[in-house]
Design a binder for this molecule. Structure first.
Ligand code: ADP
Ligand code: ZN
Length: 658
């Protein structure tokens, strides 16, 4: 990998410290030389003074420099007190001297002759040729040199601060792309990308074109110039783009949209130009722009902000470059984003990023495959079951899974194990989901009871609500900022019905409901629950059109048009508020009713939690009996028995807010 940035930065600091040293010495010189001689016995005098001193007989000797138009006038030691009245003359060996400008040499000579005749001057007169010494030249240009140096250092600093490569002012406009040369050692191929079968088929054509452009151009076909990889973070967009380059064995330029955004005007645009220039030199190749929304956000949609001109310039330059190169020049641009909706429409037009390739969070089988990829280099003990791991990580992205594998290896190493065991993976999953266990966080008995009642409330309700997600385990072990948590296995579903949402909401409110019913007071422990419920209720009413009084109305805009004004009247706003309150209240009352019906079981559950801190679905089943709608929870129970480990999905964290 040829990393332009790193190379330059290595050279940077050393050069910089040299510059500082020079600067320092320079200032020293100026201070030293610009000062008068310490004794005060040198200086300048006017021609009138000179004639005066000559007439009074103070002068001992004259040295004339005709080419410079000056002369040095040396003063007799016993006359120093008249010429330099402020200075007590204590150094007989230093020569008191004044420099005098000379107008006409003839006049000077005449005057000297006169003085000699008059007897006021009897010293020598020397004529010397003297040019400016090196030092004088240096001193005269030094201030300018220092200014220039200073400026360079300043601009370097500014660049350095924003992460620009070295080279100072002269390279701000250079692109900061990382270049992966072809045939480099860390080549990524489709083998390294697990799952994402559809996305892979889509990009295969691009690989094919890069490998064998003639096949397409001969038929007069045009290959897309760019494709947009769309998906949540960590789903492997960068990885896939790299794999395309790796498969086709072409160079890969990688940079992030935010690299273009710089404080200097015009820098972004010039970086874009530079990037495309470099890429064209290396064609066929791939340019990958991560987070393209940083530059590609829709232009000037937002009158209140006045628009960001610099970003718009950059975007315009990008569009120009994309239009500027021929379809068959062999440069293909891949860009990643997780929000296509906010991109400028001009970017998505034909001939630009007209293809969108969607990457989703992996499902069960894909997760298994991702584990497969990342477990290749890990020494596994026999008890590790990839199937189980995949089942316990719903909602995880590829990057999360990579993280789990790495974390598991670290945990195993910390315990000096020779191989990574199942427990290490489970701890890694827990840790990534919920942060570290806080063994040191001390709870008072009262707090512990409140948290247990709260968590038991969630557990009880989700047990008796048909559509609530099946429970896996409940804990009151503090972890990260959470005091307790109930873990569920969420169904991986594409659409959600109103009944499902209501049941979920009710279960989420179960914590607060249990607190109110059984401790007699409510606490901040439910804040996180309430936040989620409120958001969900607003979503149901204002966006999903799920209330009777605002049926089938959606005030959501997928294109952000409503960012600064609401698309509804104040009256409707009031109505929305009322409906939200009503909805949440209904579910809260419903939750309280169910809790009261199962009060005895709830209390046993809470007691068990206080004793054991962690309880499983089986324990809940022992108390309440089989779950009435237990298709999927049976599965969990069986898995649970088989593995005696819970699947780990946090659905409900009860955080304490600061
Ligand atoms: P994105 O660009 O979508 O945010 P990345 O491509 O940077 O995500 O993914 C980060 C890391 O996650 C990758 O380096 C890889 O280790 C892992 N990863 C993500 N998706 C996959 C996948 N489908 N197969 C294998 N590893 C993956
Ligand atoms: Zn809660």
């Amino acid at each position: 990998m040829a990393d332009i940035k790193d190379n330059k930065q290595k050279k940077g600091p050393r050069l910089q410290s040299w510059l500082y040293i020079i600067l320092f010495i320079g200032f020293g010189y100026i201070l030293f030389f610009s000062k008068e001689d310490g004794s005060g016995l040198t200086g300048k005098a006017s021609y009138t003074d000179f004639r005066n001193y000559m007439e009074r007989g103070y002068v001992s000797r004259l040295v004339v420099y005709p080419n410079l138009g000056v002369m040095d006038m040396y003063i007799k030691p016993d006359s120093v007190k008249y010429v330099f009245p402020d200075v007590s003359y204590t150094q007989p060996f230093s020569k008191p001297m004044l420099t005098v400008g000379v107008g006409s040499l003839d006049n000077l000579q005449e005057f000297i002759d006169m003085s000699q005749e008059a007897g006021t001057f009897s010293g020598d007169v020397e004529y010397e040729k003297k040019s400016h010494t090196m030092m004088e030249i240096l001193i005269s240009i030094l201030p300018f040199a220092l200014l220039i140096l200073f400026w360079i250092l300043m601009t370097r600093h500014i660049n350095g601060g924003s992460g620009a490569p070295g080279g100072g002012v002269f390279s701000v406009g250079k692109s900061k792309a990382k270049v992966y040369e072809k045939g480099s050692s860390d080549r990524v191929t489709f083998k390294d990308v697990a799952g994402q079968a559809e996305a892979k088929t889509e990009v295969e054509e691009i690989v094919e074109f890069l490998k064998n452009p003639k096949k397409y151009t001969d038929l007069g076909g045009k290959i897309p110039k760019g494709a947009l990889l769309v998906g949540p973070p960590g789903t492997g967009k960068t990885l896939l783009a790299k794999a395309v380059a790796g498969e086709a064995d072409v160079p890969f330029f990688s940079l992030s949209g935010s690299d273009f955004v710089e404080m200097f005007v015009g820098v972004g645009a010039s970086r874009v130009r530079d990037l495309f220039r470099q890429a064209k030199e290396k064609a066929p190749c791939i340019i990958f722009i991560d987070e393209i929304d940083a530059v590609g956000r829709a232009r000037g949609k937002n009158p209140a902000m006045g628009g960001n001109d610099e970003r718009e310039n950059t975007l315009n330059q990008l569009l120009t470059e994309m239009d500027g190169f021929g379809t068959n020049s062999g440069v293909i641009i891949l860009a990643a984003t997780n929000r296509v909706d906010i991109l400028d429409k001009a970017l998505l037009r034909a001939g630009r990023f007209d293809r969108q390739i969607h990457l989703d969070l992996p499902d069960l089988n894909e997760r298994k495959a991702v584990f497969g990829v990342h477990l290749r280099n890990i020494k596994l003990s026999k008890d590790v079951d990839v199937d189980l791991l995949a089942r316990q990580t719903p909602g995880f992205s590829g990057a999360d899974i990579a993280n789990v594998c790495n974390e598991a290896a670290l945990i195993a190493a910390r315990h000096n194990k020779k191989k990574v065991e199942k427990d290490d993976f489970l701890s890694a999953v827990d840790r990534i989901v919920g942060g570290l266990e806080k063994k040191t966080k001390v709870l008072t008995a009262d707090e512990k009871r409140t948290i247990a009642l709260h968590e038991a409330g969630h557990a009880t309700l989700s047990w008796f609500l048909e559509y609530a997600n099946p429970l896996i385990k409940v804990t009151i072990v503090p972890r990260g900022r959470a005091l307790g948590a109930a873990w569920y296995l969420p169904e991986e579903r594409q659409i959600t019905t109103k009944e499902q949402m209501l049941d979920e909401m009710c279960a989420t409110l179960g914590g607060r409901a249990a607190e109110e019913l059984f401790t007699g007071h409510i606490s901040t422990g439910a804040m996180n629950d309430l936040e989620r419920v409120t958001k969900q209720a607003y979503g149901m009413i204002a966006y999903a059109g799920m209330s009777d009084r605002l049926a089938n109305l959606c005030y959501y805009s997928s294109t952000d048009e409503y960012a600064f004004q609401k698309p509804y009247s104040d009256k409707t706003a009031e109505l929305i508020d009322e409906e939200v309150k009503k909805l949440i209240n209904e579910q809260y009352e419903r939750g309280k009713k169910i809790l009261l019906e199962h009060e005895e079981g709830h209390h046993r559950l809470a007691q068990l939690l206080i004793e054991r801190e962690v309880i499983m679905a089986e324990d809940v089943e022992r108390i309440f009996g089989k779950r009435p709608w237990a298709s999927r929870s049976e599965e969990i129970l069986e898995d649970g028995k088989k593995s005696s480990e819970p699947a780990s999905v946090v659905e409900n964290h009860d955080k304490v807010e600061p």
